[in-house]
Design a protein around this ligand. Structure first.
Ligand code: ASP
Length: 346
């Protein structure tokens, strides 16, 4: 923990963590930061400064969208020079999407942006929110021996693990241990000590000014394959007017049924300029379209490999690249390369 000029901005967007049970109705309601201090008196024990701000109407993360991401980015950018790090309290349901989106929208970070939340409200005795909040703050305030922030990227901290934000997925609706980074090592593990995995944390060799991208083009869709999927389902999705990008969730190492109609639908869409990215439905591992005929046919139809990217990162990356007004070819190129560590390249 640092005792120097460290100052953290805590941003409350909404979600279970900031809720309390109404003693009369028993329903969960959002509460304010003043109440947060009451429920987490430990906050006063930190030797660094913590300021806070919140969305004027805290939102359930199911309501998150590109506009809310922009709001969050604006808060961070407006306060970037004044604070040494940022902790964002967020609902767990779409936290992996927000973390992925922020990683593309805030390029060249030299400070930590740590998202956290909880499964039980902070006003409940057995809450997991307290530990998640306090440890996130401690990580956001941590420095390397050379004085630089220990973490300089968008992360999710949840139940003893600090993870690269754009590698995370919510995997459990009930357990405290609710997030995983299946295809990338954890950035830190927390027990008695906080053990940072500095080989996995991203540090820019050459520091560049923060690059902010607030335009996200949401003309995208996710299409999940399943045994028995009908042509009408695939063709309806691919013919949505204005559709620019699709995350195609396939089986195993990127395989799809060997149906002529499927390949025809996909080929026709890619010829029209729809960027289709192949992401596996498996939690871990990588798409390899050269492995089986059932994958190779997708490649021939112009479908791109998402390698080991998550659906959350692939979708928000499409929004980000199209949001920059890039050509279809430029978006295709961008999807095949890692921008902020979202893909492990071979
Ligand atoms: N529905 C809540 C949300 O995502 C759940 C949570 O915070 O865990 O906002």
């Amino acid at each position: 923990m640092s005792t120097d000029n460290t100052s953290i901005l805590l941003v409350y967007t909404g979600g279970t963590i900031g809720m309390i049970e109404n003693p009369v109705t028993g329903a969960l309601e959002n509460f304010s930061f003043a109440q947060l201090k009451k429920h987490v008196p430990e906050l006063q024990k930190f030797s660094f400064n913590i300021d806070s701000c919140q969305f004027d109407k805290p939102m359930d993360s199911s309501d998150m969208d590109a506009k809310a991401w922009r709001r969050l980015v604006d808060i961070i950018v407006q306060n970037y020079d004044r604070y040494t790090g940022f902790v964002v309290l967020h609902g767990t349901d779409t936290m992996a999407f927000t973390a992925s989106a922020l990683s593309f929208m805030l390029r060249g970070l030299t400070k930590p942006v740590i998202l956290t939340g909880s499964q039980l409200p902070i006003g409940v005795i057995r809450t997991d929110g307290k530990e998640n909040l306090l440890t996130s703050l401690e990580i956001a305030a941590a420095h390397r021996p050379d004085g630089e922030p220990m973490v300089q990227e968008v992360c999710v901290y949840f139940e003893n693990k600090l993870m690269r934000g754009n590698r995370t997925t919510k995997l459990n609706a009930e357990d405290f241990n609710a997030f995983r980074s299946y295809n990338y090592p954890d950035l830190a593990t927390v027990g008695i000590h906080i053990r940072y995995n500095q080989n996995a944390i991203h540090y820019d060799e050459v520091k560049t000014p923060l690059e902010v991208h607030t335009e996200m083009d949401t003309s995208v869709a996710i299409l999940k394959l399943f045994p028995g999927i009908q042509e009408m389902v695939v063709s309806s999705v691919l013919s949505i007017e204005g559709l620019k990008g699709v995350v195609l969730e396939t089986y195993g190492s990127g395989n799809a049924p060997r149906k002529d109609w499927l390949i025809d639908c996909l080929s026709e869409a890619t010829r029209r300029g729809v960027v289709i990215v192949n992401v596996t439905q498996c939690k871990s591992g990588m798409v390899d379209m050269d492995r089986y005929e059932t994958g190779y046919q997708l490649k021939s139809a112009g479908v791109l490999s998402g390698y080991d990217i998550t659906t959350e990162a692939a979708l928000t990356k499409l929004m980000f690249l199209f949001g920059q007004g890039l050509s279809v070819e430029e978006v295709r190129q961008g999807m095949m390369h890692s921008i902020v560590g979202e893909i492990s390249m071979l």
